[in-house]
Design a protein around this ligand. Structure first.
Ligand code: 7TS
Length: 406
């Protein structure tokens, strides 16, 4: 993959007198000039509200917004752009499905299946649904190698769950789940499947049709686009049968005093003025990633993760978490009994930005038997020098805390 660092203005600033080494792309990615420029260009030449104006600017803004819907569909292999719903991000997409599908599909005593590696945004909406419907929430455990336990998964499916959901890639472990196989098994059990693609779509080629997931969700800000834009990809037949999530302008066909009929897909699920700026930025991000090639992006990150795992393993008293085999560009660790927050603060003083905490995955933290971890995550702009800077900063922390070489 070509060196892209010069495309990212923020990477050229200094932090505490050091070059910024940004290793928190799982939280949010930095933005290339191409995305920033697209947003400036949108406001400089195109801004108007969409789907309502008859004048030229409004027509063009609507065309720009709808063109991105088609680009999103192509990027993730969704057969029908009408099954692409723009949302604020992964969290909103999951809440939409839990609330709307949940209302019609889940009854008292039914089962919903989740896994122990979910981000809170793919757990709490299902907890809320289970509570509201008096349904059972079943959490599938993980193996010793931090994969979804297939035997446990099959046992959970014997309960004929109404909804099964799991993440494509873990934001803590880097585990890449076998989505097509898990989906097929869930479908055989009669379930509807939602896949959390927040840590997958930015990092590897994804073909939603090949995976056959009923719902697939992701966030733009984790793939070079602005915050506040993301997509819910749904099978149109399922979306059609679901009640609206939010009511308001643009989602209706006809409104009477006490009732209304609703707009066809995708507009039924896009009440109110949408994030047009965000969609424009997402389109630019998709074109940027397409030009790099998602196979190359994936290979670049996995090579960096392998290098990081090798180098980190040489640090005394450092514990790594996650699967031994193939994994995404996510590396979680602890260093002796130094609190991960202290670790993050010390490496920050060297210009290295890593995440520390429970990563919105408290059930997983309990299974790892820690309260928190430190985490480095990689993206297109990271290099082996970034990994070297992390290792040097961690060595400094280890010395500061008195964990000298044995
Ligand atoms: N699902 C996964 C797997 C995630 O990693 C995240 C965010 C979300 C859902 C929520 O995405 P949002 O865009 O709606 O907020 N993960 C992280 C993280 O790992 N550190 O900060 C946010």
């Amino acid at each position: 993959m070509r060196d892209v660092r010069s495309d990212f203005p923020i990477l050229h600033r200094e932090v505490h007198g050091h070059r910024l080494v940004y290793l928190d792309s799982a939280a949010t990615t930095q933005k290339p000039r191409q995305v920033i420029d697209a947003i400036v260009e949108y406001y400089s030449s195109l801004n108007a509200n969409v789907h309502r104006g008859a004048y030229d600017l409004a027509v063009r803004a609507t065309e720009a917004y709808e063109a991105v819907r088609a680009e999103v569909a192509t990027f993730v292999g969704a057969p029908d752009p009408n099954g692409v719903i723009f949302v604020r991000g992964t969290t909103e997409a999951i809440n939409l499905v839990a609330s709307s599908l949940g209302r019609v599909r889940v009854q008292k005593g039914d089962t919903i299946v989740v896994t122990a590696m979910e981000h809170h945004s793919n757990l709490i909406p299902w907890q809320l649904l289970a509570e509201a419907r008096e349904a059972h929430l079943v959490m599938v455990e993980l193996t010793a190698d931090w994969q979804i336990d297939l035997a446990g998964y099959r046992r959970a499916l014997e309960r004929s769950p109404k909804i099964v959901t799991f993440t494509h890639v873990s934001n803590v472990l880097g585990t890449i789940n076998p989505v097509a196989d898990l989906t097929r098994l869930a479908h055989d059990a009669g379930a509807v499947v939602l896949v959390d693609g927040a840590q997958a779509v930015p990092h590897m080629p994804v073909n939603v049709a090949a995976l056959d997931a009923d719902f697939y969700v992701f966030s733009g800000h984790k793939m070079l686009a602005p915050m506040g834009i993301g997509a819910l990809i749904g099978k149109p037949a399922l979306l059609d049968a679901m009640p609206p999530y939010q009511g308001g302008g643009e989602m209706i066909r006809t409104v009477h005093d006490t009732s209304a009929t609703y707009a066809p897909l995708p507009h039924k699920f896009e009440a109110g003025t949408p994030n047009v700026e965000g969609a424009v930025g997402l389109g630019a991000a998709i074109r940027y990633l397409d030009a790099l090639g998602m196979d190359e992006v994936a290979a670049h990150e996995r090579a960096l993760a392998r290098y990081a795992l090798e180098r980190l393993a040489t640090i005394d008293a450092l514990t790594l978490y996650g699967p031994a085999g193939d994994r995404a560009g996510v590396v979680s660790f602890t260093l002796a009994d130094i609190h991960p927050h202290d670790l993050a603060t010390i490496v920050d003083s060297e210009g290295v930005a890593i995440r520390a905490g429970h990563h919105c995955a408290q059930p997983l933290m309990r299974r790892l038997d820690v309260a928190a971890t430190a985490r480095a995550t990689f993206y297109v702009y990271n290099t082996r020098e970034d990994v070297d800077a992390l290792v040097a900063a961690l060595e400094k922390a280890r010395t500061l805390f008195g964990y000298a070489h044995a």
